[in-house]
Design a protein around this ligand. Structure first.
Ligand SMILES: Cc1cc2nc3c(=O)[nH]c(=O)nc-3n(C[C@H](O)[C@H](O)[C@H](O)COP(=O)(O)OP(=O)(O)OC[C@H]3O[C@@H](n4cnc5c(N)ncnc54)[C@H](O)[C@@H]3O)c2cc1C
Ligand code: FES
Length: 244
């Protein structure tokens, strides 16, 4: 983990309530796709965790939905602003299990960390399929960016206004070697039920400290309690215990 000051080099509206922020700074602690940064926002005690969407040298891309006061304040930051980030947080996805035909399943703002994962898997010459689920056409993003990496992309929307009508889990292909998923918990539960191979699921729990100190994000696994911010956010399918 490293605490670094980044410079905002861009902060634009990607969709009506989704922003794409580009930053420059010390990215040396970010080792794997699926890791996250914890953003310090002036006036807020708790940092806000946001997944690493893309990484190019010292350039970092974050995609975030404006849901509350913290992300709303972030959305008003302009080019040149300084931002304090804790970097290199979380375990991230392990690509060594992917097999030749990995399937990536993203729900809403669970999609961003899958982009860097897809990029890494494409570099490893894997045949990547991606299924992205959103509520409505207004929320769909990065379909073309995944295609540009060479992925086979399926988009679903709950209201049928873009792509296939339904949830991401209604459109899973039949043939894949392994899966990676990130999204809201109801989606992850459905992914767990409908997938037929091993896989890794990334949880976006509510967090306190974000670096393992407060136990506020603990969840039960077959090997005992794990902190989502430290031993997660990615858990292997086989270790998950769903609690009501
Ligand atoms: C490991 C991790 C990675 C994440 N990556 C991303 C990402 O790449 N892009 C992105 O848009 N968001 C991501 N999130 C969620 C993001 O951290 C929250 O949306 C953000 O902290 C909300 O801050 P706020 O001050 O705007 O909202 P708050 O004022 O704190 O809350 C406002 C509303 O947002 C909801 N909310 C708060 N935190 C979460 C959460 N963790 N998950 C779902 N709903 C929440 C609350 O229930 C409330 O309704 C991630 C969360 C985690 C734990
Ligand atoms: S958020 Fe504090 S231990 Fe995970």
């Amino acid at each position: 983990m490293k605490d670094c000051i980044f410079t905002v080099t861009g902060n634009e509206k990607l969709r009506p309530s989704v922003m794409l922020m580009k930053l420059r700074g010390d990215t040396s602690e970010i080792k794997r796709p699926g890791q996250f940064v914890n953003v310090k926002i002036d006036g807020f005690f708790l940092r806000r965790p946001i997944s690493v969407c893309d990484l190019e040298g010292d350039g970092l891309t974050l995609i975030y939905k404006t849901v509350g006061k913290g992300t709303e304040k972030m959305s008003r930051m302009e080019k040149g602003a300084k931002l304090d980030l804790l970097t290199g947080l979380g375990n991230g996805f392990d690509t060594s299990f992917s097999g030749e035909r990995p399937l990536l399943i993203g729900g809403g703002v669970g999609t961003p960390p899958l982009y860097l994962l897809a990029k890494r898997l494409a570099e490893e010459k894997k045949n990547v399929s991606v299924v992205l689920g959103f509520n409505t056409s207004d929320e769909v993003f990065f379909e073309d960016e995944f295609r540009a990496l060479g992925c086979a992309v399926t988009v679903t929307t709950a209201d049928g206004s873009a792509g296939t009508k339904g949830f991401a889990t209604d459109a899973l292909p039949e043939d894949y070697s392994y899966f990676y998923a990130c999204g809201p918990e109801p989606m992850l539960r459905a992914v767990f039920k409908k997938t037929v191979t091993s896989g890794q699921l990334s949880f976006e729990e509510r967090m306190g400290c974000g670096f393992g100190a407060c136990m506020g994000c603990s969840c039960k696994t077959v090997t005992g309690y794990k902190r989502i911010c430290k031993e997660g956010p990615v858990l292997f399918r086989e270790e998950i215990i769903w609690e009501d």
